[in-house]
Ligand binder design. Structure first.
Ligand code: ADP
Ligand code: G6P
Length: 736
């Protein structure tokens, strides 16, 4: 039976070493809950770091850990202290975390840490590969493992791989500053489905893919090598029932069942009829806007002094990553701020801020959630923020107000909360006042809508939707009708080739025999290609024709010294082994004087684009332009040209990042047919990558082997991945 392998930096278990004894218990985090049913299914397995380093565990303990986690259907990735220093504390939390949360000034780029990050991602891959069988699904989580999807896909191409990023994906302008940006994107694109919390993160990612890797993106699908990668947003939810039930149980608590914390909270609530509590809970992290929140509270007390002695801010900050200096600095800053404000405002019976720096058991979290009139959640940036959702779920009486930063992913789906900008103290202060005075009716109306949505889109639903979508990606590839030219297809073709008496190989140049360069002039044939072409050209009973949209002059410079068969300008000129250049089509060029000025206005308005003037056509290249601007301009240009060319016998060809205008009576299909008429071929092979090659695929007889380069919609029967795969395939004819 196929299984699902879940991979995350940490296992859903807390593994602790207490006096040389192991203490292992399940952790209660949102991810663990969401994955529960997936993980429990069949022989599913969860792979991650145990939380203890190799140095902390001797051989005996390691074995004990492995056995104990195996019982929970988990497997560990052994990491050393150096790995943790450079991969976890280092690259993950000093580079990726701050950069992706827009804290560029905190971001350090250290190549040693990058090297360890790569090495540790490989260690994860090694463990995954040990457990993987054909047909399995792998779901990789979060920024610590961005390179993992590719490492798995390269070794196990038939595995379906999903990746979910739990933190924000930053705008291209931020991401582009990252020194190893291409590698990171290729790492993620090893997946079949990439998920984000919000549409904004999704579009930032797609924009990076378009601009940095120059890949084709259609809506939310990326054409990547011989696959389609789907990108989508899935806002993560919470275990709604768990929080709701805990809150209901809490309401019915007898006095003697109450925790010490609850008694203290009750004391405050009972201190006066207008006593109120504002709650905040976060990991102690600079992205959470803790100092801002304290300052905004100070601003509130100064602006609205009538609330002094009545309103209290309860702040729970959970220790986190305290070996990273920025976190230590934040802790000092928070301690000082709380001290200063409490010192300034406290009275004998009232301290404005109750501040806890610790982790609390679940029951105490519920005490806090259910006792607070307001939750004040003000991150500067946050991928999602589950605390906001948990607060809403515990308000079973439908009273309470959520004030939420618009910089949290959760704000996108929680419009009924009071949304604030975490940097605007005046707005926060006014919103807190508004919340304190909000009528019960309004509180109920807002909460009702929020609760309904959270209940429906729980964390289980989130996991289910993601996996459903991941499973559907298998059908994406099937939409493209071409079959991969590999395995039995390849064996059959080579055997047909060998058997046949008269063979024709039609080879497109750019994007097929040679990769694209920013400037077309730079895409000259290299020595390896000459060798391959020489070998093909020397094959008996075989005609090799390079058929290209390039102009005759260029091919003459490149291939003049060779006895190759060449067709240029999409079929205007022909040079064969035995004859010199001959014009296949008589063409007028007068139209160029009218079209060229139009193209020039597009060049002026679209930086990075230029015109290539060929003898019989004009080409507007936009490979180097901003892909989003280019998309708009190509549509505009198309409209302008379509209205102009209708009575001119001209055609607009959309090539690979180029628009070319040429006479309608010329195309590669016509040229290929003409060539075919010369001999009686019993084996025909044509290969090309773009739109202009489709004419050729259409014109050739049904028996021809037509091959598209790249995974795109095509009339060809087969496809190969990229130019390397083309050369590989052609060299097989030489050795056949
Ligand atoms: P982040 O993922 O950045 O830490 P979230 O708000 O998305 O932020 O998730 C925090 C999770 O940690 C919530 O599910 C919350 O219930 C849990 N949590 C917060 N404080 C504590 C605590 N003191 N003890 C245990 N769990 C906590
Ligand atoms: C965020 C990240 C998680 C991470 C968690 C706790 O939610 O998205 O990947 O596990 O914080 O951080 P820690 O560094 O303690 O694992």
């Amino acid at each position: 039976m196929n299984k699902t392998i879940i991979v995350s930096n940490r296992l859903p278990l807390q593994v602790k070493l207490e006096d040389d004894n192991l203490n292992i218990k399940p952790s209660v985090g949102g991810l663990a809950t969401g994955m529960k049913s997936v993980h429990a299914e069949g022989n599913g397995i969860w792979i991650g770091w145990s939380g203890l380093t190799k140095e902390e565990l001797n051989e005996n303990l390691t074995e004990q850990v492995n056995k104990a986690v195996a019982k929970e259907k988990c497997a560990t990735v052994p990491l050393t202290q150096n790995d943790i220093d450079n991969y976890y504390l280092g690259f993950s939390n000093k580079t990726l975390w701050p950069l992706f949360h827009y804290f560029s000034e905190y971001t350090v780029f250290e190549s040693e840490q990058w090297e360890t990050y790569k090495k540790v991602n490989q260690k994860f891959a090694d463990v995954v590969l040990k457990h993987i069988n054909d047909g399995d699904t792998v779901w990789v989580h979060d920024y610590q493992l961005l390179l993992l999807p590719k490492l798995i896909k390269d070794k196990k191409p038939n595995t379906t791989i999903g990746f979910f990023l739990h933190i924000p994906y930053p705008s291209y302008e931020i991401f582009r500053t990252f020194p190893w940006r291409e590698e990171l994107l290729h790492g993620m694109l090893g997946s079949d489905l990439i998920g984000f919390h919000t549409y904004d993160y999704e579009r930032h990612f797609l924009s990076s893919v378009k601009r940095i890797l120059r890949l084709d993106v259609k809506f939310n699908e990326v054409s990547y090598l011989d696959r389609i990668v789907k990108v989508d947003s899935f806002p993560m939810g919470i275990d709604y029932k768990k929080f709701e039930n805990a809150a209901l149980k809490h309401t019915n608590q007898e006095d003697n069942e109450k925790s010490e914390l609850q008694r203290r909270l009750d004391d405050h609530i009972q201190s006066g009829s207008d006593a109120k509590m504002i709650l905040s809970i976060d990991r102690m992290d600079y992205t959470k806007g803790i100092p801002n929140r304290i300052r905004a509270f100070e601003y509130f007390l100064n602006k609205y002094p009538q609330f002094k002695e009545k309103v209290r801010l309860i702040m729970l900050a959970v220790p986190s990553r305290s070996d990273v200096p920025q976190y230590q600095k934040l802790k000092r800053e928070t301690d000082e701020l709380v001290g200063r404000i409490n010192g300034q405002f406290a009275t004998v019976s009232w301290t404005p801020i109750w501040y806890f720096y610790r982790s609390m058991p679940f029951e105490n979290l519920i005490d806090l959630y259910t006792s607070s009139d307001i939750a004040l959640i003000t991150p500067i940036r946050d991928g999602m923020n589950l605390v906001a959702k948990e607060y809403v779920a515990t308000r079973t009486n439908q009273d309470g107000v959520l004030i939420l930063s618009e910089m949290a992913g959760a704000s996108k789906e929680m419009n009924e909360a009071l949304l604030i900008n975490p940097n605007n103290f005046a707005e926060i202060a006014d919103t807190v006042k508004y919340a304190l005075e909000m009528s019960l009716d309004e509180q109920k109306n807002r909460l009702e809508i929020l609760q309904k949505r959270l209940k429906r889109y729980s964390v289980e639903k989130w996991a289910e939707e993601f996996l459903k979508s991941l499973n559907n990606t298998k059908q994406l590839d099937a939409v493209i009708v071409a079959e991969k030219m590999a395995g039995t297809n390849e064996t059959k073709m080579l055997s047909d080739f060998k058997k046949s008496k008269r063979k024709l190989l039609l080879l497109d140049y750019d994007g097929t025999l040679s990769g694209f360069k920013n400037n077309p002039k730079d895409a000259k044939p290299d020595q390896e290609l000459f060798k391959l072409l020489d070998n093909l050209n020397a094959l008996e009973n075989t005609d090799v024709v390079i058929i290209s949209g390039r102009d005759r002059e260029t091919f003459e410079t490149w291939y003049g010294h060779k006895d190759y068969n060449l067709i240029t300008d999409h079929g205007v000129w022909l040079k064969s082994k035995t004859s010199d250049w001959d014009m296949l089509e008589r063409l007028k060029t007068g139209w160029m004087d009218n079209i060229r000025p139009i193209l020039e206005t597009f060049v002026d308005r679209t930086p990075g684009t230029f015109i290539e003037k060929k003898k019989y056509s004009l080409a507007w290249h936009y490979r180097k332009a901003d892909p989003e601007l280019a998309q708009i301009r190509t549509m505009e240009l198309n409209t302008v040209l379509t209205s102009l060319i209708s009575n001119n016998d001209l055609t607009v060809l959309k090539g690979n990042k180029v628009i070319e205008i040429k006479s309608s009576s010329v195309n590669k299909g016509r040229a290929a047919s003409r060539w075919m008429a010369k001999s009686d071929y019993d084996f025909t092979f044509a290969i090309g990558d773009d739109w202009t090659d489709e004419y050729m695929f259409e014109e050739l007889p049904k028996s021809a082997y037509t091959i598209k380069v790249g995974f795109k919609k095509t009339q060809a029967k087969y496809y190969v991945k990229n130019t390397e795969a083309v050369r590989d395939l052609l060299s097989k004819f030489v050795n056949a």
